[in-house]
Design a protein around this ligand. Structure first.
Ligand code: NDP
Length: 444
């Protein structure tokens, strides 16, 4: 058995009931085979892969809080500090009922390579809870966030581990968590990113993941002789990433005709109305059923179905494993030319292989959605300097970072004879820097 196969088998054996984590490790290690085969002896001797797939440490803790009826509720909190070879742990906090240790580990593992790809000094981590902010009052969300941070604050800090938002964790939740950290630790420091502008947040952080996704997609199309302008685009999701992806796609001259949430999806032949979407999702925190009240020509459908709509470019921006092999077949049959992942691992392994076999340009999430964490790192720099940069300054740095990420993964793919395979390219480019740092720092 080869080194990669041995490590994959041991990951499955040692981490039962964590299918998403197995999937993420498999996707990364399979595509690293050319690099690992070329350095097998040294990597084996140092157990480099065994060290890479085992988090530095993982915290699981009780989060008790009192609901509006006076009833005590108990959730489970997580923080996985995966790898800090190239900088402090950095990665979001997901609040969603589906959260468990395996999901947080898959996200933390992916984060190592994504953060490395940004070219910025940030390591990989992730956290969250099975708490569901949906349907909770502001007071209940605050009670949860304060209890969560009361425990989490023991393990994080501006130079050790800097969490951020993710599904279910937006500006409101970050605000409550920051307040509690400050109160308990007595420190005013950049311990979280995605903060409000009045207390250390960065301009353009809210837009960064969605905008970054489009900057990278536009560069990928340009370098393959095409142009985002004039393209028909399907987006899934209606949250932070989806909203700003739609907005930037429209600014770049594309027409976005779909979006979705966890109950249904919208087809708007005239192009999604971003202002209406923002009002429904960001202001009212309501369902997409309301979209038709703003746009009578649009269709609303229950369930999933975004990928059945004919498009040139598909941007999955909701959650993991939302684009399946059947969806990939429909997209290819409908003439899709590019898929770029706004969400983390939204495309199943089989769907990714099918898209690659059919010569669809495919930008994996660890590259395509890295704009969020890159701008979080820019927020950390501003906090350290105690300065704020303008929107234009941050946005232009973001654009440069995304263009660089595209060329780094493109170059890495070419260097190993996989031209045009950006999955291989992104994994290799992200891995090389981390592996070099781990080797230089000795066995630790
Ligand atoms: P939000 O919570 O703002 O939005 C998530 C969207 O996806 C919502 O529309 C939600 O629907 C929908 N959704 C969530 N779970 C499901 C599900 N199981 N089935 C169908 N739809 C679902 O999260 P973000 O936009 O921040 O994150 C989206 C993705 O992007 C995640 O994979 C996240 O990890 C990734 N990401 C986010 C970054 C960021 O900066 N925010 C950075 C990099 C990656 P509903 O409204 O009904 O809940």
């Amino acid at each position: 058995m080869g080194y990669v196969d041995e490590v994959l088998a041991s990951v499955i054996e040692k981490n039962p009931s964590q299918p998403e984590f197995h999937q993420a490790v498999k996707e990364v290690l399979e595509s690293l085979r050319p690099v690992i085969d070329a350095n097998e002896e040294a990597y084996r001797k140092d157990a480099l892969l065994e060290r890479l797939v085992e988090p530095d440490r993982q915290f699981m803790f009780r989060v008790p809080w009192v609901d509006d009826k006076g009833q005590v509720q108990v959730n489970r909190g997580f923080r996985v500090q995966f790898n800090n070879s190239i900088g402090p742990y950095k990665g979001g906090l997901r609040l969603h009922p589906s959260v468990n240790l395996g999901i947080i580990k898959f996200l933390g593992f992916e984060q190592i390579f994504k953060n490395s790809l940004t070219g910025l000094p940030i390591g990989g981590g992730k956290g969250g809870s099975d708490f569901d902010p949906k349907g909770k009052s502001d007071r209940e969300v605050m009670a949860f966030c304060q209890s969560f941070m009361t425990e989490l604050c023991k393990y994080i800090g501006a130079d050790t581990d800097v969490p951020a938002g993710d599904i279910g964790t937006g500006a409101r939740e970050i605000g409550y968590m920051f307040g509690q950290y400050k109160k308990i630790r007595g420190l005013y420091e950049g311990v979280l990113t995605g903060k409000g502008l009045s207390y250390g947040g960065s301009l353009a952080r809210t837009e960064a993941t969605g905008y970054g996704l489009l900057y990278l997609t536009a560069e990928m199309l340009k370098c393959n002789g095409s142009d985002i302008a004039g393209k028909t685009v399907c987006v899934s999701g209606a949250g932070n990433v989806a909203i700003y992806a739609i907005q930037k796609a429209q600014q770049l001259g594309a027409k976005v005709v779909t979006c979705s949430d966890s109950t249904g999806w919208v087809y708007d032949p005239d192009g999604i109305d971003v202002a209406a979407l923002q009002e429904i999702k960001e202001v009212k925190r309501a369902r997409l059923t309301e979209y038709k009240n703003y746009r009578p020509n649009a269709e609303y459908h229950e369930g999933r179905g975004v990928w059945s709509v004919k498009c040139d470019v598909a941007l999955p921006c909701a959650t993991q494993n939302e684009l399946t092999l059947d969806d990939a077949k429909t997209l290819v049959a409908n003439g899709v030319t590019a898929v770029a992942e706004g969400a983390n691992m939204p495309t199943t392994y089989e769907a990714t292989q099918y898209l690659l076999e059919n010569k669809v340009l495919f930008a994996p999430g660890k590259a395509a959605n890295a704009g969020g964490v890159a701008t979080s790192a820019l927020e950390m720099s501003q906090n350290s300097e105690r300065l704020s940069w303008t929107f234009e300054e941050v946005d232009s740095k973001l654009q440069g970072i995304m263009v660089n990420i595209f060329h780094n993964m493109d170059d890495a793919a070419k260097r190993y004879g996989f031209e045009g395979n950006y999955v291989v390219g992104a994994n290799i480019a992200g891995f090389e820097k981390v592996a070099n740092a781990m080797t230089a720092q000795g066995i630790c």
